[in-house]
Ligand binder design. Structure first.
Ligand code: 3HC
Length: 316
């Protein structure tokens, strides 16, 4: 490493230690940049792929009010994807490159979206559990060291709060409707509980990216701490609704005042993140088709931009 780079890196680390925000034109180590490109693009892909399991239910929503709320939520996810792709672009990666990584299966996206949505109760479950988990992860990350990501997350978290509440309202309504509604919620809870715990990633000891990300305050908390925060909050909400957490090993530790769970099935997690989950192929195929079918829109937008540029040059 040249003396100059070593000096820049020292200055960069000092800025991070002092809690300064790093902006796109600031000097940053190559690895800081590449970690952010990886993280933010994966997050953007998660938002876009995350539209699919819920999108499946828009035409089957049980009332107009539910349809409107679900439609708005799915549109919000598209908006989140756009903020995040824009935020990643500030690091010098193009949207085409990111889409290419997603469509060829090179880039990851959240494991949770590779599970099917089989019942209307799943719309409630996604709001309560999946958006709930995302909020815990992202409100922490909203204080991260990279300005464009941090600002995108602040806005995203506000909308995710609405998503979580609409999910909880669906669950509360189903439970209040009687035994059949409650059974539908319990069945959905049984399917979504473990995959939601997997969203937080591997245990810290098996998380190769955490050391760098924590050193640079991209991540402010480890995967296990955030997962535990989610478990402690959610188990009590489940109990308040009279739901059973599908984990025979679940127990309250009086000393730590915290809920202990059985072990996550890491074989399942690894299969899902390497492309072999229940819906990976379906999700990517739908995404690729949507991208191909949107080619004319991109072409029209480029033609419009070129025409607009030509006419403003002529006017000058
Ligand atoms: N799904 C898919 N891949 C996962 C994963 C998950 N749940 N958890 C970990 N991984 C991958 C990592 O991406 C990494 O792979 P890579 O090195 O090839 O990129 C590998 O497993 C090892 O994991 P690490 O713990 O080392 O990875 P990270 O330090 O990046 O931590 C994370 C993983 C906690 C998920 C982190 O990436 C993160 O906080 N991401 C930002 C938030 C995000 O992407 N959320 C998606 C949730 S969905 C959402 O927000 C949509 C909303 O509508 C609900």
């Amino acid at each position: 490493m040249s003396e100059n780079i070593a000096m820049m890196e020292e200055q960069f680390n000092r800025r991070i230690a002092e809690g300064e925000t790093i902006e796109p034109n600031d000097w940053m180590p190559d690895k800081y940049r590449s970690q952010l490109k990886r993280l933010i693009s994966q997050h953007a892909h998660s938002e876009i792929i995350g539209m699919l399991p819920e999108g499946n239910w828009i035409t089957r929503a049980p009332s107009l009010r539910r349809k409107l709320a679900l439609l708005a939520k799915v549109q919000d996810e598209a908006g989140h994807g756009h903020y995040l792709y824009s935020s990643a672009e500030t690091l010098g990666i193009s949207r085409e490159e990111m889409f290419g990584q997603l469509h060829t299966g090179k880039a990851k996206y959240s494991s949770i979206f590779n599970y099917p949505t089989l019942a209307w109760a799943d719309m409630g479950m996604i709001g309560w559990l999946v958006d709930g988990a995302a909020i815990i992860n992202q409100t922490t990350m909203a204080k991260c060291s990279y300005g464009p990501y941090s600002r995108a997350l602040l806005r995203i978290c506000k909308e995710e709060n609405f998503h979580k509440k609409q999910g909880m309202e669906i669950i509360a309504t189903l439970i209040a409707s009687g035994e059949q509604g409650k059974a539908m919620v319990q069945e959905s809870f049984n399917r979504f509980w473990w995959p939601t715990l997997m969203m937080f990633g591997p245990h810290d000891a098996n998380s190769p990216n955490s050391p760098d990300m924590m050193k640079w305050k991209i991540k402010l908390k480890g995967n296990d701490e955030l997962r535990q925060r989610f478990i402690d909050m959610t188990v009590e909400q489940a109990q308040a609704w009279g739901l059973t957490v599908p984990d025979p090993k679940l127990r309250f530790n009086e000393q730590t005042r915290s809920w202990e769970t059985g072990e996550i099935d890491w074989n399942e997690f690894n299969a899902v993140i390497s492309g072999n989950g229940p819906c990976n192929h379906e999700r990517l195929n739908v995404r690729r088709t949507a991208h191909d079918q949107g080619a004319w829109v991109r072409e029209a937008a480029r033609a419009y931009e070129a025409k607009h540029r030509r006419s403003s040059e002529t006017a000058e």
